[in-house]
Write a protein that binds this ligand. Structure first.
Ligand SMILES: C[S@@+](CC[C@H](N)C(=O)[O-])C[C@H]1O[C@@H](n2cnc3c(N)ncnc32)[C@H](O)[C@@H]1O
Length: 377
């Protein structure tokens, strides 16, 4: 009522049940601007503004609260939640998304790091019909054993984007889909396809394990406090079953290929450091042959997540940049290097560049290398 009269952009229906703190803040602003009446301003602001000030958002925990109910609504809609679904929410904060999820899901399990937010979201649901449908786990999602869930919906702290994505993808049993808000550039890397400027190791590794689609661009002003960068919502649908490959081998190869993604594979596999690594792996595999453990899928995917828990996943960092190419084979036996190059040549990969290869190309490359006795882990 008040916000409509004040020229607020959102209808009362949308605001109903929305976060007190944000609502009060916006209503107060409108009141000050539109109503101007001293008595009204005082009456509406005083107690509620305290509550707003009572929760200091902590940027180090990525606390940028979604304040636009239209975006919240759209995220929930795009998640395609069924009334029988258990939804996992990561970082419920003050509960804006949580309350909307509770309206459509059978149950919401929310994992929250900040005890103040645990209290806030618990308080918010109290006395509503959803009280018994919400379970809040207090803890760091990266260190928490996740429960069963059908769908994950989250506006996450951006600093945990990469490890969290791979933790979800290693979760068993496989969930139906995840709809997650990421920092815009990270999201664009996740969905980048062969030939896109942002196509990188993160794109290839994620798309090996899941179908990834960009859903929605979200400007920074939809958050309070606004982050420095824009965001995007992405849908992740895990592949089921996963491709039958060794993920450590896969990531080892992809890491080498994207170390210099615009160089030809011939040039990458001539590098002294790369040849030395392959020779070392070759010897290790020979020594271990027959005694290697077969680990479960989930463990291997988690290792893929572990090795990607760094910026080299997002940026094409040059692990080998300072190492010279060894064109004459003085330290690496030329037979070994030549064998690698022969594999590339035989399968028409020598002049190809990683930035232009498809998922199928990489899978085939790994298969032909492995068949020739070359390993990447
Ligand atoms: C971007 S806010 C999202 C808040 C709310 N879901 C919303 O959309 O308005 C991120 C939330 O994740 C919580 N958080 C940060 N790091 C976390 C972690 N490692 N595990 C679980 N929650 C975390 C923060 O305390 C914060 O509440």
């Amino acid at each position: 009522m008040v916000w409509r009269a004040c020229g607020g952009r959102w209808s009362r229906g949308f605001l109903k049940g929305f976060d007190d703190a944000i609502r009060v803040w916006d209503v107060c602003k409108h009141n000050v601007r539109m109503a101007g009446g001293k008595a009204e301003r005082k009456g509406r602001q005083a107690p509620q503004q305290q509550r707003f000030q009572g929760i200091q958002f902590d940027k180090s925990k990525g606390q940028h609260i979604l304040k636009n109910p239209l975006i919240v609504q759209s995220i929930v809609q795009k998640a395609g939640i069924k009334s029988t679904d258990i939804v996992l929410e990561i970082g419920p904060g003050t509960g804006n998304l949580t309350m909307k999820l509770l309206e459509v899901a059978k149950k919401v399990i929310a994992v929250e790091l900040d005890p103040r937010m645990v209290l806030e979201v618990t308080r918010r649901v109290q006395g509503t019909p959803y009280q018994t449908h919400l379970q809040v786990i207090h803890g760091d999602v990266l260190k928490t054993e996740l429960p069963y869930f059908d769908v994950c919906v989250a506006n996450i702290p951006y600093q945990i984007s990469s490890p969290l994505t791979f933790k979800l993808l290693s979760h068993r049993p496989v969930f139906r889909c995840a709809v997650i808000m990421y920092q815009r550039e990270f999201a664009m890397r996740l969905v980048a396809k062969t030939g896109d400027p942002l196509f990188c190791r993160l794109s290839v590794n994620t798309q090996l394990l899941a179908r990834v689609d960009h859903l929605l661009k979200v400007g920074k002003n939809n958050f309070r406090p606004p982050p420095k960068i824009d965001s995007s919502v992405v849908r992740i649908e895990p592949r089921n079953p996963l491709p039958a490959i060794d993920f450590k081998e896969w990531d080892g190869l992809i890491r080498l290929c994207f170390n210099r993604k615009n160089k030809t594979l011939g040039s990458i596999f001539r590098q002294k450091a790369v040849c030395a690594l392959m020779e070392k792996n070759f010897k290790t595999h020979q020594a271990l042959q027959g005694s290697l453990d077969n680990q479960a899928d989930a463990d291997l995917v988690m290792q893929l997540g572990d090795v990607t828990n760094d910026t080299s996943m997002d940026l094409d960092s040059g692990d080998f940049d300072t190492m010279d190419e060894d064109m004459d084979g003085s330290t690496i036996p030329s037979t070994f290097k030549d064998k690698g190059l022969a594999v590339l040549k035989e399968h028409d990969y020598e002049d190809k560049r990683s930035s232009k290869l498809t998922q199928e190309d990489f899978l085939k490359l790994l298969a032909v290398f492995n068949k020739a006795g070359f390993h990447f882990s």
